[in-house]
Design a protein around this ligand. Structure first.
Ligand code: HEC
Ligand code: HEC
Length: 424
């Protein structure tokens, strides 16, 4: 039996060409400018309270953080008790993220993170296990898109995604694991709707007065190391130094760490190339809000297709209590339509409908990375060793972008790279 390139897992060459055309035409600038930031429109202190923290910035306090009341659009909104800090908390001084897994060891059974499960779970029988054991809430990227009918596959398609730790979030081009939202305010508004109610309904009038404060808080919250703040202000004397020397704020001491920096420059900076932040710098300069083409540069490095946790991606139909496949009509750059049966996390394609965006994810920032696990959009890697071994494996090297940017490291280079990653 001769397998076609597509059936054997490799993609035909013309697909790669189409990806290139798209990349070349879309990712136009590498300027370090972060327009509309930092928090110019909101009050970070008020945002912290609305996020779900008390005045100390650590203790959970939902008294000013519940989104409820009368909405002209929705009617009476009743919160399930969840706040942003339910999933983005500071456990033991950690950055804003999910508490330790399994959640039963770190949160009480009556914590709204668990009791509010149905808001994002949407009746899926796997939701409780995936949240408690793996820290993965269910996400439907098209859930609040008013232009999609209920039976539209782009409204039905869903993911299991890790709650990103909010570190250096202000330097992001394209938010969420797949980079599908443009702006922190837009991202915060979606979060308000997703996590507090089971309906697919929006209450913009109730949410909007809060989102600039929330955005200001997130932008200010965790900038690490603090000198990176100068990147936000082109007038700051430090600004050009940070832009010109990608390692200005990184201080390797040992021989191993210094060698690790070289290994990183050679193998990792094709993608993790934003100076001193190590996300990806390429982006559209002035992307419009609300579902234009994505703003940042995303890649398919094969993680989604491996589906290491064996997560279920068929939709659970409440009426029949059956799993039903979701089939997305994805449009290729040449205009042909591919009916793609969803068996794993389709990544950015679920938001753009573009075949070329299948399994693409944003390039996460890497500062303080040793404290940010579990890694990848599905939390499938527990340690930095596992992440580095993934990039050094056939799984990465045979993925669409792995074939473009192959990585081979010997034992010594691997050790050096790990030593370097630990000081970021
Ligand atoms: C039930 C858990 C949960 C709650 C509650 C929650 N989040 Fe999140 N958050 C997530 C997950 C999961 C992701 C990644 C989603 C994805 O990739 O589609 C995320 C991603 C984000 C991001 C993107 C960060 C980045 O680097 O791209 C921001 C910003 C954010 N959340 C803000 C908020 C705000 C503001 C609130 C409160 C209104 C909130 N979150 C409430 C789970 C949660
Ligand atoms: C072809 C582009 C590309 C290259 C080359 C690359 N990365 Fe990544 N990296 C990504 C993308 C995309 C993700 C997100 C993948 C996901 O979530 O599924 C990622 C995720 C990561 C993560 C997980 C971050 C988190 O918060 O979960 C780490 C750590 C990482 N990369 C380190 C490295 C190192 C070290 C190298 C070099 C050995 C490297 N990367 C090379 C694109 C790349």
């Amino acid at each position: 039996v001769v397998l076609s390139a597509a059936a054997s897992g490799a993609h035909p060459t013309n697909d790669d060409k189409l990806r290139d055309i798209y990349d070349a035409s879309t990712f136009r600038t590498t300027k370090m400018t972060f327009p509309h930031r930092i928090g110019a429109k909101g009050d970070a202190r008020a945002g912290m309270r609305k996020f779900g923290f008390a005045e100390d910035g650590v203790t959970l306090d939902s008294s000013q953080a519940l989104f409820e009341g009368h909405s002209v659009i929705y009617g009476n909104v009743v919160s399930n008790g969840r706040t942003c800090a339910s999933c983005h908390r500071r456990d033991n001084g950690a950055f804003l993220g999910m508490p330790a897994l399994p959640l039963t060891t770190s949160v009480a059974p009556d914590d709204p993170l668990l009791t509010g499960l149905h808001a994002d779970a949407q009746g899926d029988p796997d939701a409780e296990r995936n949240l408690i054991e793996l820290g993965l809430p269910l996400y439907r990227p098209g859930r609040f898109n008013p232009t999609l009918a209920d039976d539209d596959p782009f409204k039905q398609v869903f993911f299991w995604r890790k709650s990103i730790r909010l570190v250096n979030t202000v330097f992001t081009f394209g938010f969420l694991n797949d980079g599908r939202t443009r702006d922190i305010s837009e991202t915060a508004r979606g979060a308000i709707f997703s996590h507090t109610q089971e309906q697919d309904a929006r209450f913009d009038d109730l949410a909007n007065p809060n989102i600039n404060d929330l955005a200001a808080f997130i932008e200010e919250a965790d900038i690490h190391p603090p000198e990176l703040r100068a990147l936000l202000d082109p007038e700051d004397p430090l600004h050009d130094k940070l832009v010109r020397d990608p390692f200005y704020t990184v201080h390797p001491q040992t021989k191993l760490e210094k060698q690790g920096q070289k290994v990183f420059e050679k193998n990792c900076m094709t993608c993790h190339n934003m100076p001193n932040v190590f996300s990806n710098i390429e982006h559209q300069p002035a992307a419009s809000l609300n579902m234009g083409p994505p703003i940042g540069h995303t890649f398919d490095i094969g993680v989604a297709q491996k589906n290491f946790h064996r997560l279920e991606f068929r939709r659970f139909d409440k009426a029949t209590q059956q799993r039903v496949p979701v089939v997305l009509p994805l449009v290729k750059q040449d205009g042909t339509v591919v009916h793609h049966t969803v068996v794993d996390d389709v990544g950015l394609a679920a938001a753009t409908g573009r075949y070329e965006d299948l399994h693409r994810f944003k390039v996460p920032q890497l500062r303080r990375i040793k404290d940010l696990g579990p890694y990848f959009h599905d939390g499938s890697m527990q340690t930095l060793e596992e992440v580095v071994d993934y990039f050094n494996s056939p799984d990465y090297n045979n993925s669409p972008d792995g074939r473009k940017y192959p990585i081979q490291m010997n034992r010594q280079e691997r050790e050096a790279l790990l030593a370097f990653l630990r000081i970021l």
